[in-house]
Design a protein around this ligand. Structure first.
Ligand SMILES: [Fe+2]
Length: 295
């Protein structure tokens, strides 16, 4: 039996008891999976894994989906995205400054991410924490009138950060090539979204890829999304996760927002990332969207 220690009073746990370089029994994985769904952030400290071993662990949570930014896929497997500020001969070795704003992964896809797994390879001397904000607690604390108001609403999502669309900014979404942009759909998700596994409702992606609300004028929609984002990213809902070399963290994208924190670009940092998908639901027909939004 693994023991789990809380990472914060509200959510998140860590364990030092599991060595993922060894075969992982179904019983032990079940314990990890239960800890993951109960606590939303699961950290497995001090791992030493190959790319293949890391990917095999991530696959236990769901099917991996390669990131649209294909120039930084791991050479051994496209399911692994390299996040790094390290340059070799002046060339970047990974994606830098990714996700430095509150968002949840793949909320711009109709089938979004269930879990993101990060494997910390090189830790910077200063900073580099990931901030998580608990969207289940944020939803629970809303006044009943607000819960009623948002219950039927569908947010419109596309790749990007609605708070910063300047492509030269470090807190914009990572810039896509024209070809990558052409692959990105406009889709919808419920704002008050039941968790696909536990059924517990969360505020879903009210920061990040949500650019509008179906059937609502843009200014009204943005102002409601901004109000919900300001509420749901308050310090009381947050956990700041600090990486050690070899740490693996798995987080529940249906229950959280998260944000990277910017660091000195010369302070080396490298992580590997695998993102796994959940099941599809809650779609609005593309024809309805096309009549509401210029696509
Ligand atoms: Fe992210």
């Amino acid at each position: 039996m693994a023991t789990f220690k809380p990472l914060s009073p509200l959510f998140g746990v860590e364990t030092f008891d599991v060595d993922l370089s060894q075969p992982l029994s179904d019983a032990t994985f079940k314990e990890l999976e239960q800890a993951f769904y109960a606590n939303q952030v699961l950290a497995l400290r001090n791992q030493r894994l190959t790319a293949t071993q890391f990917l095999a662990f991530a696959r236990r949570f769901g099917p991996p989906q390669p990131h649209v930014i294909d120039q930084f896929h791991h050479p051994d497997d496209a399911n692994i995205l390299i996040l790094s500020n390290v340059k070799v001969a002046g060339q970047p070795t990974g994606l830098q400054d990714a996700g430095s704003y509150f968002h949840t992964d793949y909320s711009y896809l109709q089938v979004p991410a269930r879990a993101t797994t990060l494997y910390s390879r090189v830790v910077p001397q200063v900073g580099g924490d990931t901030l998580f904000a608990n969207q289940q607690a944020a939803y629970d604390d809303l006044p009943d009138a607000m819960k009623k108001r948002i219950d039927p609403l569908m947010a419109v999502h596309q790749y990007g950060n609605r708070h910063d669309v300047n492509e030269s900014s470090r807190t914009a979404a990572s810039v896509l090539s024209a070809e990558q942009k052409a692959k990105m759909p406009v889709i919808t998700h419920r704002i008050a979204r039941p968790h696909p596994v536990t059924g517990r409702k969360s505020l879903y992606a009210v920061s990040g890829s949500s650019f509008g609300i179906v059937g609502m004028p843009d200014d009204e929609a943005r102002s409601l999304l901004d109000e919900l984002a300001a509420h749901s990213t308050q310090a009381g809902y947050q956990l700041s996760f600090k990486y050690g070399v070899g740490d693996i963290v798995v987080w529940d994208n249906a229950a959280l927002l998260h944000s990277a924190t910017l660091i000195d670009p010369n302070d080396a940092r490298t992580l590997w990332r695998v993102t796994v998908l959940e099941e599809s639901r809650d779609a609005v027909a593309p024809a309805v969207l096309a009549s509401t939004y210029a696509m």
